[in-house]
Design a protein around this ligand. Structure first.
Ligand code: AMP
Length: 283
């Protein structure tokens, strides 16, 4: 049985619905997305059900987190198909504001995240990206006033940036991370996977394979530095242009030289043709 979600175009309409739900004793979850929904996004909606009785998915391709040379205009926009997926899962609301609703004339406030946003990794290759993410997520959390918000571990550094920002700005929404949903061959689901040609799609599986075997090697006692350089070679051999393949402390994102220093997360970003893919793996 499908149930059409309520569609909110304006912040005031979203707030009214949330206030009515809360007055009726319900709890509210927010799942921020840029649309082009796939099963990974839907897994966030499912995860929210353990923590809230209502779920709102926001769909907004946020211009402030894209650099001028990135894929803002080309980013897949599939609103009707997204709504059908939300109806199928029984999602309560879809907040889909226009850019003018989010950034009206005169808008001029920046949110400049520190800590994990300055840890290197994505920040080294997308220097203004996390400022755009922090700006839009701070707004979405304030707009929805949800009890809980759900983000994917797929964007591991982003999740750390959002947790830090919500804590630092005293935003009273509980932030939850949800494990990455993968295709049957291991490729992390992503809205950007539609950019891949058939040949690139076949090669893309290398990222998760190398992450998985590198994690196993480190768990088995191999030296981190040698595992990383072997991983870099394999990813390059599969035709990727590598941005980074790094081992970081899973909590602080500080560079990790050995498991003795705490739990390690392996993180990778690499381009196949024009498509930039990111992924990560717990050791
Ligand atoms: P996006 O629409 O790509 O901005 O992603 C919206 C949210 O979905 C973010 O919190 C992502 O981390 C999360 N997400 C994206 N891909 C996946 C995936 N494969 N599994 C779980 N969560 C995901």
């Amino acid at each position: 049985m499908t149930r059409q979600p309520l569609i909110f175009r304006e912040i005031s309409a979203l707030r009214r619905a949330v206030a009515q739900w809360r007055a009726a004793g319900e709890t509210i979850a927010l799942v921020p997305t840029m649309g082009a929904l796939h099963a990974g996004h839907i897994s966030l909606v499912k995860a929210s059900r353990a923590h809230a009785t209502r779920c709102v998915v926001s769909i907004f391709v946020n211009p402030t987190q894209f650099a001028p040379n990135e894929d803002f205009s080309a980013y897949p926009r599939t609103f009707e198909a997204d709504l059908a997926k939300l109806a199928e899962i029984g999602c309560d609301g879809c907040f889909a504001p226009t850019a003018a609703e989010m950034y009206p004339q005169g808008f001029s406030t920046q949110v400049i995240p520190g800590g994990p946003a300055l840890a290197g990794l994505e920040d080294r290759f997308r220097p203004d990206h996390f400022a755009g993410v922090a700006q839009v997520v701070a707004k979405l959390l304030n707009q929805a006033q949800a009890d809980a918000a759900f983000f994917g571990e797929k964007d591991f550094q982003q999740l750390a940036v959002i947790r830090r920002m919500a804590a630092d700005l005293d935003i009273p929404t509980q932030i939850y991370g949800v494990p990455t949903l993968r295709e049957p061959d291991g490729l992390a689901m992503s809205s950007r996977n539609v950019y891949l040609s058939a040949g690139e799609r076949a090669a893309a599986v290398t990222l998760s394979q190398v992450l998985c075997e590198s994690a196993e090697a480190i768990r088995g006692g191999a030296a981190v530095a040698s595992v990383l350089s072997r991983a870099e070679e394999k990813i390059a051999a599969a035709g990727f242009a590598l941005d980074y393949f790094e081992a970081r402390n899973a909590a602080s994102l500080a560079p990790a030289a050995s498991l003795a220093d705490g739990p390690i997360r392996l993180l990778v970003a690499a381009k196949l043709g024009k498509t930039r893919l990111i992924d990560n793996w717990a050791v």
